[in-house]
Design a binder for this molecule. Structure first.
Ligand SMILES: C[S@@+](CC[C@H](N)C(=O)[O-])C[C@H]1O[C@@H](n2cnc3c(N)ncnc32)[C@H](O)[C@@H]1O
Length: 335
Protein backbone atom coordinates (compact mmCIF):
# COMPACT_ATOMS: atom_id res chain seq x y z
CA UNK A 1 0.00 0.00 0.00
CA UNK A 2 1.25 3.50 -0.80
CA UNK A 3 2.17 5.61 2.25
CA UNK A 4 -0.33 8.25 1.11
CA UNK A 5 -3.26 5.81 1.15
CA UNK A 6 -2.26 4.49 4.58
CA UNK A 7 -2.06 8.07 5.83
CA UNK A 8 -5.42 8.94 4.26
CA UNK A 9 -7.01 5.91 5.93
CA UNK A 10 -5.23 6.77 9.19
CA UNK A 11 -3.64 3.30 9.49
CA UNK A 12 -0.14 1.84 9.39
CA UNK A 13 0.54 0.24 5.99
CA UNK A 14 -0.84 -3.30 6.51
CA UNK A 15 0.94 -6.49 5.42
CA UNK A 16 -0.49 -8.99 2.96
CA UNK A 17 -3.33 -10.96 4.58
CA UNK A 18 -3.88 -8.45 7.40
CA UNK A 19 -7.46 -7.66 8.37
CA UNK A 20 -8.20 -4.01 9.03
CA UNK A 21 -11.33 -2.70 10.77
CA UNK A 22 -12.97 0.61 9.93
CA UNK A 23 -15.77 0.83 12.48
CA UNK A 24 -17.70 -2.41 12.03
CA UNK A 25 -16.51 -2.92 8.42
CA UNK A 26 -13.62 -5.30 7.81
CA UNK A 27 -11.14 -5.18 4.96
CA UNK A 28 -8.33 -7.58 4.11
CA UNK A 29 -5.16 -7.03 2.09
CA UNK A 30 -4.89 -9.39 -0.88
CA UNK A 31 -2.33 -8.94 -3.68
CA UNK A 32 -1.45 -5.59 -2.14
CA UNK A 33 -5.00 -4.21 -2.37
CA UNK A 34 -7.30 -3.52 0.57
CA UNK A 35 -10.59 -5.30 -0.09
CA UNK A 36 -13.87 -5.05 1.77
CA UNK A 37 -15.31 -8.21 3.30
CA UNK A 38 -18.76 -6.69 3.39
CA UNK A 39 -21.44 -8.47 1.38
CA UNK A 40 -23.74 -6.49 -0.86
CA UNK A 41 -27.25 -7.00 -2.23
CA UNK A 42 -27.78 -9.80 -4.78
CA UNK A 43 -28.31 -7.23 -7.57
CA UNK A 44 -25.08 -5.48 -6.68
CA UNK A 45 -23.21 -8.81 -6.55
CA UNK A 46 -24.55 -9.80 -9.97
CA UNK A 47 -23.52 -6.38 -11.34
CA UNK A 48 -20.09 -6.80 -9.76
CA UNK A 49 -19.58 -10.21 -11.40
CA UNK A 50 -20.54 -8.97 -14.86
CA UNK A 51 -18.00 -6.15 -14.60
CA UNK A 52 -15.32 -8.42 -13.13
CA UNK A 53 -15.82 -10.54 -16.26
CA UNK A 54 -16.02 -7.67 -18.74
CA UNK A 55 -12.84 -5.90 -17.69
CA UNK A 56 -10.74 -9.04 -18.16
CA UNK A 57 -11.72 -9.20 -21.86
CA UNK A 58 -8.87 -6.97 -22.98
CA UNK A 59 -9.56 -7.66 -26.66
CA UNK A 60 -12.89 -5.87 -26.28
CA UNK A 61 -11.62 -2.47 -25.05
CA UNK A 62 -7.88 -2.03 -25.67
CA UNK A 63 -8.08 -1.43 -29.43
CA UNK A 64 -6.98 1.95 -30.85
CA UNK A 65 -10.38 2.85 -32.38
CA UNK A 66 -12.21 1.98 -29.17
CA UNK A 67 -9.81 3.99 -27.02
CA UNK A 68 -9.80 6.96 -29.43
CA UNK A 69 -13.60 7.01 -29.58
CA UNK A 70 -13.76 7.05 -25.78
CA UNK A 71 -11.12 9.77 -25.54
CA UNK A 72 -13.01 12.03 -27.95
CA UNK A 73 -16.34 11.44 -26.24
CA UNK A 74 -14.90 12.21 -22.79
CA UNK A 75 -13.22 15.37 -24.11
CA UNK A 76 -16.49 16.56 -25.66
CA UNK A 77 -18.45 15.87 -22.48
CA UNK A 78 -16.08 17.28 -19.90
CA UNK A 79 -14.33 19.96 -21.96
CA UNK A 80 -10.91 21.17 -20.87
CA UNK A 81 -10.71 19.62 -17.40
CA UNK A 82 -7.54 21.50 -16.50
CA UNK A 83 -9.61 24.65 -15.96
CA UNK A 84 -11.39 22.95 -13.03
CA UNK A 85 -8.56 21.03 -11.42
CA UNK A 86 -6.61 22.02 -8.32
CA UNK A 87 -2.84 22.45 -8.21
CA UNK A 88 -0.25 19.72 -8.01
CA UNK A 89 -0.50 16.52 -6.02
CA UNK A 90 -4.25 16.45 -5.67
CA UNK A 91 -6.17 13.32 -4.76
CA UNK A 92 -8.39 11.94 -7.49
CA UNK A 93 -10.84 9.24 -6.42
CA UNK A 94 -12.09 7.25 -9.42
CA UNK A 95 -15.30 5.88 -7.92
CA UNK A 96 -16.11 2.74 -9.90
CA UNK A 97 -12.79 2.75 -11.75
CA UNK A 98 -13.30 -0.51 -13.67
CA UNK A 99 -10.02 -0.98 -15.56
CA UNK A 100 -9.27 2.78 -15.14
CA UNK A 101 -10.02 3.14 -18.84
CA UNK A 102 -11.88 6.47 -18.77
CA UNK A 103 -9.71 8.04 -16.07
CA UNK A 104 -6.49 7.23 -17.92
CA UNK A 105 -7.92 8.84 -21.04
CA UNK A 106 -9.51 11.94 -19.52
CA UNK A 107 -6.78 12.75 -16.97
CA UNK A 108 -3.88 11.76 -19.22
CA UNK A 109 -2.44 15.33 -19.39
CA UNK A 110 -2.33 15.64 -15.58
CA UNK A 111 -1.46 12.09 -14.49
CA UNK A 112 1.97 13.26 -13.37
CA UNK A 113 0.56 15.64 -10.80
CA UNK A 114 -2.09 13.62 -8.99
CA UNK A 115 -2.51 10.71 -6.62
CA UNK A 116 -5.00 8.29 -8.14
CA UNK A 117 -7.25 6.23 -5.89
CA UNK A 118 -9.21 3.67 -7.92
CA UNK A 119 -12.22 2.21 -6.18
CA UNK A 120 -14.31 -0.62 -7.55
CA UNK A 121 -16.58 -3.21 -6.05
CA UNK A 122 -15.37 -5.82 -8.55
CA UNK A 123 -12.11 -7.62 -9.35
CA UNK A 124 -11.60 -4.98 -12.04
CA UNK A 125 -9.31 -3.26 -9.49
CA UNK A 126 -6.64 -5.87 -10.34
CA UNK A 127 -6.84 -5.01 -14.03
CA UNK A 128 -6.78 -1.28 -13.18
CA UNK A 129 -3.78 -1.84 -10.89
CA UNK A 130 -1.79 -3.46 -13.72
CA UNK A 131 -2.79 -0.81 -16.27
CA UNK A 132 -1.84 2.08 -13.97
CA UNK A 133 1.42 0.42 -12.94
CA UNK A 134 2.49 -0.08 -16.55
CA UNK A 135 1.88 3.65 -17.17
CA UNK A 136 3.81 4.79 -14.07
CA UNK A 137 0.78 6.40 -12.38
CA UNK A 138 1.03 7.11 -8.65
CA UNK A 139 -1.97 4.88 -7.95
CA UNK A 140 -3.55 2.83 -5.23
CA UNK A 141 -6.81 0.93 -5.02
CA UNK A 142 -9.65 -0.14 -2.77
CA UNK A 143 -12.01 -2.98 -3.66
CA UNK A 144 -15.13 -1.73 -1.99
CA UNK A 145 -18.66 -0.51 -2.55
CA UNK A 146 -18.46 3.24 -3.16
CA UNK A 147 -21.36 3.67 -0.74
CA UNK A 148 -19.16 2.50 2.11
CA UNK A 149 -15.72 3.95 1.48
CA UNK A 150 -13.54 4.12 4.61
CA UNK A 151 -12.27 7.61 3.72
CA UNK A 152 -12.57 10.52 6.15
CA UNK A 153 -15.16 13.18 5.24
CA UNK A 154 -13.69 16.11 3.32
CA UNK A 155 -10.52 14.22 2.35
CA UNK A 156 -10.83 14.05 -1.45
CA UNK A 157 -10.05 16.85 -3.92
CA UNK A 158 -11.68 15.40 -7.04
CA UNK A 159 -14.11 12.53 -7.58
CA UNK A 160 -14.59 11.03 -11.02
CA UNK A 161 -17.40 8.54 -11.51
CA UNK A 162 -17.88 7.76 -15.17
CA UNK A 163 -20.80 5.47 -15.92
CA UNK A 164 -20.97 4.00 -12.43
CA UNK A 165 -23.58 5.51 -10.09
CA UNK A 166 -26.45 3.96 -12.09
CA UNK A 167 -24.89 0.49 -11.56
CA UNK A 168 -25.20 0.76 -7.77
CA UNK A 169 -28.40 -0.14 -5.93
CA UNK A 170 -29.51 3.52 -6.05
CA UNK A 171 -28.01 6.28 -8.21
CA UNK A 172 -29.25 8.94 -5.84
CA UNK A 173 -27.89 7.24 -2.72
CA UNK A 174 -24.52 6.66 -4.37
CA UNK A 175 -24.15 10.32 -5.36
CA UNK A 176 -25.11 11.41 -1.87
CA UNK A 177 -22.63 8.95 -0.33
CA UNK A 178 -19.73 10.35 -2.34
CA UNK A 179 -20.23 14.09 -1.87
CA UNK A 180 -19.38 14.16 1.87
CA UNK A 181 -15.94 12.75 1.00
CA UNK A 182 -15.15 15.88 -1.01
CA UNK A 183 -13.41 18.77 0.61
CA UNK A 184 -15.27 22.11 0.44
CA UNK A 185 -15.01 23.43 -3.16
CA UNK A 186 -13.94 19.90 -4.20
CA UNK A 187 -14.98 18.76 -7.65
CA UNK A 188 -17.08 15.85 -8.84
CA UNK A 189 -17.31 14.76 -12.48
CA UNK A 190 -19.86 12.08 -13.27
CA UNK A 191 -21.95 10.56 -16.02
CA UNK A 192 -25.21 8.65 -15.59
CA UNK A 193 -27.69 7.07 -17.97
CA UNK A 194 -30.71 9.00 -19.13
CA UNK A 195 -34.28 7.68 -19.46
CA UNK A 196 -35.19 6.78 -23.06
CA UNK A 197 -38.45 6.39 -25.00
CA UNK A 198 -41.00 3.74 -23.97
CA UNK A 199 -40.05 0.91 -26.38
CA UNK A 200 -36.34 1.27 -25.62
CA UNK A 201 -37.07 1.34 -21.89
CA UNK A 202 -39.18 -1.80 -22.27
CA UNK A 203 -36.61 -3.74 -24.32
CA UNK A 204 -33.83 -2.66 -21.93
CA UNK A 205 -35.68 -4.00 -18.92
CA UNK A 206 -36.90 -7.10 -20.76
CA UNK A 207 -33.45 -8.19 -21.93
CA UNK A 208 -31.87 -7.36 -18.59
CA UNK A 209 -34.45 -9.48 -16.78
CA UNK A 210 -33.92 -12.34 -19.27
CA UNK A 211 -30.19 -12.31 -18.56
CA UNK A 212 -30.50 -12.00 -14.79
CA UNK A 213 -29.84 -15.70 -14.07
CA UNK A 214 -27.08 -16.13 -16.66
CA UNK A 215 -23.36 -16.36 -16.09
CA UNK A 216 -21.40 -13.46 -17.61
CA UNK A 217 -20.17 -15.76 -20.41
CA UNK A 218 -23.75 -16.90 -21.16
CA UNK A 219 -24.89 -13.27 -21.22
CA UNK A 220 -21.96 -12.31 -23.49
CA UNK A 221 -22.96 -15.10 -25.90
CA UNK A 222 -26.69 -14.34 -25.69
CA UNK A 223 -26.11 -10.70 -26.64
CA UNK A 224 -23.89 -11.52 -29.61
CA UNK A 225 -26.78 -12.14 -32.11
CA UNK A 226 -28.18 -8.71 -31.22
CA UNK A 227 -24.74 -7.24 -31.78
CA UNK A 228 -24.64 -8.92 -35.20
CA UNK A 229 -28.04 -7.39 -36.03
CA UNK A 230 -26.74 -3.93 -35.03
CA UNK A 231 -23.76 -4.50 -37.32
CA UNK A 232 -26.02 -5.59 -40.19
CA UNK A 233 -28.24 -2.54 -39.71
CA UNK A 234 -25.20 -0.27 -39.56
CA UNK A 235 -23.74 -1.78 -42.71
CA UNK A 236 -27.02 -1.06 -44.52
CA UNK A 237 -26.00 2.58 -44.21
CA UNK A 238 -29.59 3.55 -45.02
CA UNK A 239 -31.70 6.46 -43.85
CA UNK A 240 -35.43 6.72 -43.39
CA UNK A 241 -37.58 9.80 -43.11
CA UNK A 242 -39.82 9.79 -40.05
CA UNK A 243 -42.60 11.93 -41.58
CA UNK A 244 -43.86 13.51 -38.37
CA UNK A 245 -43.24 13.39 -34.61
CA UNK A 246 -44.52 10.16 -33.08
CA UNK A 247 -45.17 11.67 -29.67
CA UNK A 248 -46.69 8.52 -28.24
CA UNK A 249 -43.35 6.74 -28.70
CA UNK A 250 -41.06 9.73 -28.21
CA UNK A 251 -39.73 9.46 -31.80
CA UNK A 252 -39.04 12.84 -33.43
CA UNK A 253 -39.71 13.63 -37.11
CA UNK A 254 -36.81 13.81 -39.53
CA UNK A 255 -34.25 11.77 -41.43
CA UNK A 256 -32.45 9.20 -39.37
CA UNK A 257 -30.10 6.33 -40.07
CA UNK A 258 -32.01 3.04 -39.76
CA UNK A 259 -29.51 1.60 -37.26
CA UNK A 260 -29.79 4.76 -35.13
CA UNK A 261 -33.61 4.59 -35.27
CA UNK A 262 -33.48 0.99 -34.05
CA UNK A 263 -30.78 1.81 -31.48
CA UNK A 264 -32.44 4.82 -29.87
CA UNK A 265 -36.08 3.86 -30.14
CA UNK A 266 -36.36 0.06 -30.25
CA UNK A 267 -33.38 -1.79 -28.81
CA UNK A 268 -29.75 -1.00 -28.10
CA UNK A 269 -27.59 -2.67 -30.74
CA UNK A 270 -24.39 -0.67 -30.99
CA UNK A 271 -22.58 -0.11 -34.29
CA UNK A 272 -19.46 1.68 -35.36
CA UNK A 273 -17.74 0.96 -38.63
CA UNK A 274 -14.25 1.00 -37.06
CA UNK A 275 -15.11 -1.31 -34.13
CA UNK A 276 -14.62 -5.07 -34.06
CA UNK A 277 -17.56 -7.34 -33.27
CA UNK A 278 -16.03 -8.02 -29.82
CA UNK A 279 -15.82 -4.28 -29.12
CA UNK A 280 -19.44 -3.75 -30.16
CA UNK A 281 -20.50 -6.69 -28.02
CA UNK A 282 -18.57 -5.19 -25.07
CA UNK A 283 -20.75 -2.06 -25.33
CA UNK A 284 -24.00 -4.02 -25.56
CA UNK A 285 -22.93 -6.36 -22.73
CA UNK A 286 -22.05 -3.36 -20.56
CA UNK A 287 -25.60 -2.15 -21.08
CA UNK A 288 -27.66 -5.32 -20.76
CA UNK A 289 -25.75 -7.67 -18.46
CA UNK A 290 -25.63 -5.77 -15.14
CA UNK A 291 -28.83 -6.18 -13.11
CA UNK A 292 -28.35 -2.63 -11.81
CA UNK A 293 -28.63 -0.08 -14.63
CA UNK A 294 -30.93 2.74 -13.54
CA UNK A 295 -31.93 5.51 -15.93
CA UNK A 296 -32.78 9.02 -14.71
CA UNK A 297 -34.04 12.34 -16.03
CA UNK A 298 -31.96 15.53 -16.10
CA UNK A 299 -34.33 16.99 -13.49
CA UNK A 300 -33.68 14.04 -11.15
CA UNK A 301 -29.95 14.62 -11.42
CA UNK A 302 -30.22 18.38 -10.88
CA UNK A 303 -32.38 17.87 -7.79
CA UNK A 304 -30.00 15.31 -6.28
CA UNK A 305 -27.08 17.69 -6.86
CA UNK A 306 -28.83 20.50 -4.99
CA UNK A 307 -29.81 18.15 -2.17
CA UNK A 308 -26.22 16.86 -1.94
CA UNK A 309 -24.83 20.41 -1.67
CA UNK A 310 -23.35 20.58 -5.16
CA UNK A 311 -23.22 23.53 -7.52
CA UNK A 312 -23.31 22.42 -11.16
CA UNK A 313 -20.59 24.09 -13.25
CA UNK A 314 -21.11 22.14 -16.46
CA UNK A 315 -23.88 19.87 -17.66
CA UNK A 316 -24.31 17.99 -20.92
CA UNK A 317 -27.57 16.19 -21.61
CA UNK A 318 -27.30 13.69 -24.46
CA UNK A 319 -29.74 11.00 -25.61
CA UNK A 320 -27.60 8.40 -23.87
CA UNK A 321 -26.87 10.11 -20.60
CA UNK A 322 -26.19 13.12 -18.44
CA UNK A 323 -22.67 14.42 -17.74
CA UNK A 324 -22.09 16.77 -14.83
CA UNK A 325 -19.15 18.72 -13.46
CA UNK A 326 -20.09 20.12 -10.06
CA UNK A 327 -18.39 21.70 -7.10
CA UNK A 328 -19.16 21.10 -3.46
CA UNK A 329 -20.59 24.20 -1.88
CA UNK A 330 -18.77 25.59 1.15
CA UNK A 331 -22.08 25.81 2.98
CA UNK A 332 -25.17 23.69 2.16
CA UNK A 333 -27.15 25.12 -0.82
CA UNK A 334 -30.79 26.07 -0.54
CA UNK A 335 -33.02 23.41 -2.16
C1 LIG B 1 -19.33 0.89 -16.88
S1 LIG B 1 -18.06 0.52 -15.77
C2 LIG B 1 -17.18 2.06 -15.80
C3 LIG B 1 -15.74 1.92 -15.38
C4 LIG B 1 -14.92 3.20 -15.42
N1 LIG B 1 -15.54 4.26 -14.64
C5 LIG B 1 -14.70 3.67 -16.83
O1 LIG B 1 -15.50 4.51 -17.31
O2 LIG B 1 -13.76 3.22 -17.47
C6 LIG B 1 -18.88 0.60 -14.18
C7 LIG B 1 -17.97 0.16 -13.03
O3 LIG B 1 -18.65 0.49 -11.80
C8 LIG B 1 -18.37 -0.52 -10.86
N2 LIG B 1 -19.39 -0.48 -9.80
C9 LIG B 1 -20.71 -0.79 -9.90
N3 LIG B 1 -21.31 -0.63 -8.70
C10 LIG B 1 -20.36 -0.20 -7.84
C11 LIG B 1 -20.36 0.13 -6.46
N4 LIG B 1 -21.47 0.06 -5.72
N5 LIG B 1 -19.20 0.51 -5.89
C12 LIG B 1 -18.05 0.59 -6.61
N6 LIG B 1 -17.99 0.27 -7.93
C13 LIG B 1 -19.12 -0.12 -8.54
C14 LIG B 1 -18.41 -1.80 -11.70
O4 LIG B 1 -17.78 -2.88 -11.07
C15 LIG B 1 -17.72 -1.33 -12.99
O5 LIG B 1 -16.35 -1.62 -13.01
Amino acid sequence: MTPWLASLLQIDPPDEGTRVAFGDAYFVVRDGILRSERTSSSRQRQTEHTFGFKWTRHDSFEGDAWQMNLRQWLAEKYGNIEQYLPDDNFLLCDAGCGASVSALQLFEPVLGRLRYLGVDVSDAVDVAHERCKSRGVDADFLQCDLNALPLPPGSVDVIFSEGVLHHTDSTERALKALVPLLRPRGLILFYVYRKKGPIREFSDDYIRAKLAGSTPQEAWDAIMPLTRLGKALGELDAEVNVPEDIDILGIPAGRINVQRLFYWHVCKAFYRVDFTLEEMNHINFDWFAPANAHRQSPDDVRRWCVEAGLIIERELVEDAGITVVARKAIAPCAA
